[in-house]
Ligand binder design. Sequence first.
Ligand SMILES: O=c1[nH]c(=O)c2[nH]c(=O)[nH]c2[nH]1
Length: 292
Amino acid sequence: MAIVLGPNQYGKAENRLVTVSRNGSVHTIKDLTVSTSLRGDLADTHLTGDNAKVLATDTQKNTVYAFAKEAPVGEIEDFALRLGRHFVSSQEAITGARVLIDEHGWERIDGHDHSFVRGSDEKRTTAVTIDGEQAWVVSGVRDLVVLKSTGSEFHGYPKDPYTTLKETNDRILATSVTARWRYVGTDVDWAKSFTEIRSIMLKTFADKHSLSLQQTLYAMGEAVLNTRPEVAEVRLSMPNKHHFLVDLSPFGLENDNEVFYAADRPYGLIEGSVLRDDAPDAGQAWSTLPTF
Ligand SMILES: O=c1[nH]c(=O)c2[nH]c(=O)[nH]c2[nH]1
């Protein structure tokens, strides 16, 4: 038996980067969390501690901040592609890079020039993978919390000895959407694509009469693929944020779908992928990302 080194990567995780760009007195901010990981000929450092091929994680961190000054950060996908390509092209031993960026949203306060309020916890995300000359982009959104107060049913499921759930023709449906979509290529108007994908997912959640969260998940992915040719595959992770009808009968009160207890756990976790059957090969697009 021999013991060998398996797949490995290393980098600086969760660099917090905030930039201010000034157009006269009007400021625009970008608030990012950037993680970089490098892959390549890195056996020596693992096997003998020889660091001749190890671009320090500290240097990777500094590169993130220097690149933010040297050119406008722009869209997160472009910034991630710039960083990833730089690491691979400038270090002979480094053959691959993975750059993950989360963008945290700030809204201008009442049209104010330089004051902002954090809108919600929602994050725009990207995961860029560089392998030699090739690049894959998977973008998405996290913590996009939505709720509909009707237009959702759940019934027709098997009843076994342990089933207590009551069938319903009218329930609250709420979830916190994590969506990732894999782009076919890299020649994309990233901002426009993101805005339109987010909007079509929200519209579908709202408009689709739901017989299960699974059905809603599929409809959301399908709507993205039907309208956005630049996308090959959508992966969705949607916790079912249960809202239970409170039993008010001890108080002599009827509860006609008006008073709910919002449980935070446990939650149903509904996850799935929707893709074109002729989608181009995913290459390394999803590697090391969570399945959903
Ligand atoms: O939309 C739903 N899907 C399920 O699989 C499920 N299971 C459950 O208890 N409630 C729900 N709701």
